[in-house]
Design a protein around this ligand. Structure first.
Ligand code: SAM
Ligand code: SF4
Length: 327
C-alpha cells in the first residue's frame, strides 16, 4: 500500500472537501452575517489548475478517494463543470453540496461533466420562514432544483436540513414526509456553533435523539448499520426509503473522522473547527515541487487534534464562518 494521510491518532484521511468560492447568493442566518462579508479577491482564489494539482497529489500519493465540492455556493463559480470534469478524471467519488437555487438550469450539465452525488440544503418549506433563514426569496427555485437533480438521475438526491429549536423544528415531520414522497434522502444536521452571528447555544441544538423519537412516533424506523459516513441512517419499516442524522454536536464522530479541507483561498484545514491553517497557495505560487506540497499536507494532518469539544469550556470557535470553511 502507498503512503497515507495518517494522524497521530491513527485516523487515515481519504475524504477531501474543496471550497471553490466563499461567495454565496444566499446569506443564511446560521452561516454568515447579512452584511459585511469580505469576499476573497479573484486573484486570491485557487484556479482550477491549482485545485486539480492539490487533488491529484492527494489522490495519487495518499489514496484520497472521495472529493466534495462546496462553498460558499459552488454553483456560482464560473465554469464549474470544467473543474468537475478535471476531478472526475482522477477517478474519485465526486460530490457537490449546494443550496440548489441555480440547479434547475445546471443539474444535467453537472451530471454530464462527471458529478456522481449531490446534496441540496433546505431548511424550511414555508416561504416566509425560508426568506427569514436564507435572506433570499428562493424557495420555489430550490424546490425546482431538487426536482431537476432527481430528473438528471442523481440517486439518491440528499437534502441537508439544519434543525434549530424554535426556528424550524416544527417542520421535522414535513421533512420526513417530503423525503418519503419524493424519494430523496433527508439528512437532519445538528446546528453547529459556526454561525456568524453567535446565536448558537446548546439549547438551540435539536438532538439526534429527539429527531429519531419524533419521526419514529409517526413513521416507524430501524437503524441501518453504520458506515464511515457521518450520518447515522434509519430505514422506514414500510419500505418508503430512509433518513439520516448528522449528530456533529451530541454524538461527534471525531474518532473516525477521515476529512480534510481546502478553502477557496488555498488554506489546508485538518478539521471544520481547526484554528490553524496550512498555506498551500503560497507553495503553489512560489514554484514549490509536489514533494514540498505533499510534506505540507502530511504536516497538516499530523497536527490534527482528537476532537472539537463543542459545548465544553475548552471549545475554541474558529475565526472563519461556515460559509468560508464549506460545511
Ligand atoms: N452553499 C452550499 C449549501 O448551502 O449547501 C454549500 C456550503 S454550506 C456552508 C454547507 C452546509 O453547511 C449546508 O448544508 C448548510 O446547511 C450547512 N451549515 C451551514 N452553517 C451551519 C451550522 N451553523 N450548523 C450546521 N450546519 C451548517
Ligand atoms: Fe450560502 Fe450555503 Fe452558507 Fe447558506 S449555508 S449562506 S447557501 S454557503
Amino acid at each position: 500500500m502507498g503512503k497515507q494521510l495518517i494522524d497521530t491518532f491513527g485516523r487515515v484521511h481519504r475524504d477531501l472537501r474543496i471550497s471553490v468560492t466563499d461567495r454565496c447568493n444566499f446569506r443564511c442566518q446560521y452561516c454568515m452575517p447579512a452584511e459585511g462579508m469580505k469576499w476573497t479577491a479573484r486573484e486570491e482564489l485557487l484556479t482550477f489548475e491549482e485545485i486539480e494539482r492539490i487533488a491529484s497529489i492527494m489522490v495519487e500519493r495518499y489514496g484520497v478517494d472521495s472529493i466534495r465540492l462546496t462553498g460558499g455556493e459552488p454553483t456560482i463559480r464560473a465554469k464549474l463543470p470544467v473543474l468537475i470534469e478535471k476531478l472526475a478524471n482522477l477517478g474519485v467519488d465526486l460530490a457537490l453540496t449546494t443550496n440548489g437555487a441555480t440547479l434547475a438550469g445546471q443539474a444535467q450539465t453537472l451530471k454530464d461533466a462527471g458529478l456522481k452525488r449531490i446534496n441540496i440544503s433546505l431548511d424550511s418549506f414555508d416561504r416566509d420562514r425560508f426568506v427569514e433563514l436564507t435572506r433570499r426569496d428562493d424557495l420555489a427555485k430550490v424546490l425546482d432544483g431538487i426536482d431537476a437533480a432527481v430528473a438528471a438521475g442523481f440517486d439518491p438526491v440528499k437534502i441537508n436540513a439544519v434543525m434549530m429549536r424554535g426556528i424550524n423544528d416544527d417542520e421535522l415531520l414535513d421533512f420526513a414526509a417530503f423525503g418519503r414522497d419524493k424519494g430523496v434522502m433527508v439528512r437532519f444536521i445538528e446546528f453547529m456553533p459556526l454561525d456568524a452571528e453567535g446565536r448558537w447555544s446548546n439549547e438551540t441544538v435539536v438532538t439526534q435523539t429527539e429527531i429519531i423519537e419524533k419521526i419514529s412516533a409517526t413513521y416507524p424506523v430501524e437503524p441501518i448499520q453504520r458506515s464511515s459516513a457521518p450520518a447515522t441512517r434509519f430505514r422506514y419499516l414500510d419500505g418508503q426509503g430512509e433518513f439520516g442524522v448528522v449528530a456533529s454536536v451530541t454524538q461527534s464522530f471525531c474518532d473516525t473522522c477521515d476529512r480534510v479541507r481546502l478553502t477557496a483561498d488555498g488554506q489546508f484545514r485538518n478539521c471544520l473547527f481547526a484554528v490553524d491553517e496550512f498555506d498551500l497557495r503560497a507553495l503553489l505560487r512560489d514554484g514549490s515541487s509536489d514533494d514540498v506540497i505533499a510534506a505540507k499536507l502530511e504536516e497538516g494532518v499530523l497536527a490534527k487534534w482528537a476532537g472539537h469539544n463543542i459545548g465544553q469550556v475548552t471549545f475554541i470557535r474558529p475565526n472563519r464562518s461556515m460559509s468560508q470553511i464549506g460545511g
